[in-house]
Design a binder for this molecule. Structure first.
Ligand code: PEP
Ligand code: MN
Length: 337
């Protein structure tokens, strides 16, 4: 960090700051100016924090040298991370397409959709067994039964499966079925859950919180990575703004911004951003053109009968048409689909 002393800081105040830093094991690199003194300090900020230093007499400001997300950030790892899930690559020049219904409703429903999305070129199956519903009276998923249905369809189609884990108590169970575990928007800052999935050796799809900044999101990734699991995929799914015409506001800028700040792959979820099937195509195309590493799209065989998120689900035919339109866009930005 860099400690900026105020213009009228006395020698005594400067010495006191330097002394405190050395007492806490920091290496100091002061630059004494005629007007201003600036002290560079390198050490462990857990015992002596930037906030504590800011309160010392004569200190004008304290600024970090590095971004707080060290493992998720680009400062220490320049090359983009490519995650291999049973041969399907996420990141680099590969476009990953996660597709499937919001919720797994039955074996017939899920295996039918799985087959259809595979035929259209999706390479990862998505579906919720544990559903985070806004109302306690809504369908909350088939839980363990849903995981079994999903695994079977994944094996039959030869596709990796991605499903949400809601609670620390379910991590072991979900990890025993899933190839990728999803942390939903509502859970992005459940730090115990993040730590728990960080101890697993399964890739984690980390959705952006409803009102999270890029930094909060990358710090959530850092929680997972700091436990040893570095296979994190970011997922932009729209954020809360004042605009009610879509369910959320799709933050297209999150894609180039995350590429600058982080080496982790980022995919886009136009379904939860739009909240209606009508805008999914446009957002999906924009995301691919902006450099997303993949998409997550909700598909349902009969959206009007879906038990969750029917309004934003594409029919298999609509999904097939979208995939065809996405191919030249992917090609234009150097991605294979
Ligand atoms: C989902 O993927 O079905 C879901 C609930 O997503 P989010 O957490 O982004 O709302
Ligand atoms: Mn959904």
């Amino acid at each position: 960090m860099i400690i900026i002393m105020s213009n009228n800081a006395t020698d005594k105040e400067i010495k006191a700051v330097e002394q405190r830093l050395t007492d806490y094991g920091f290496k100091t690199h002061p630059i004494y100016g005629e007007m201003k003194t600036v002290i560079g300090a390198i050490g462990d900020k857990r015992r002596l924090t930037m906030d504590q230093l800011k309160l010392m007499s004569g200190v004008e400001n304290v600024v970090p040298i590095m971004r707080p997300y060290k493992l998720a950030g680009r400062e220490l790892k320049k090359d983009p991370t490519v995650i291999d899930v049973n041969g399907v690559k996420i990141g680099g020049s590969h476009l990953a397409v996660f597709a499937g219904p919001c919720a797994i409703e039955s074996h017939e429903q899920f295996s039918f959709i799985a087959q259809k999305v595979k035929e259209s070129g999706a390479n990862i199956l998505r579906g919720g067994a544990f559903k985070p519903r806004s109302s306690p009276y809504s369908f909350a998923g088939l839980e363990g039964e849903g995981l079994k249905i999903m695994r079977k369809a994944g094996d039959e189609t030869g596709m990796p499966i991605c499903t949400e884990v809601l609670d620390t108590r379910d991590v072991e169970l979900v990890a025993s079925y899933a190839d990728i575990m999803q942390i939903g928007a509502r859970k992005m800052q459940k730090f115990k859950l993040l730590r728990e999935v960080g101890k697993c050796n399964k890739p984690i799809l980390l959705k952006r919180g409803l009102s999270s900044t890029m930094e909060e999101w990358l710090m959530a990734a850092e929680y997972i990575m700091s436990e040893g699991n570095e296979n994190v995929i970011l997922c932009e799914r729209g954020i809360r703004t004042f605009e009610p015409s879509t369910r959320n506001t799709f933050d297209l800028s999150a894609i180039p911004v995350s590429k600058e700040l982080s080496h982790l792959p980022i995919i886009a979820d136009p379904s939860h951003a739009a909240g209606t099937y009508k805008y999914v195509d446009a957002l999906a195309k924009g995301a691919v053109a902006a450099g997303a590493d993949g998409l997550m799209i909700e598909v349902h065989n009969c959206p009007e009968k879906a038990m969750s998120d029917g309004e934003q689900s594409l029919t298999p035919e609509h999904f097939e048409a979208l995939m065809k339109e996405l191919r030249p866009i992917a090609e234009a930005v150097g991605k294979t689909l």
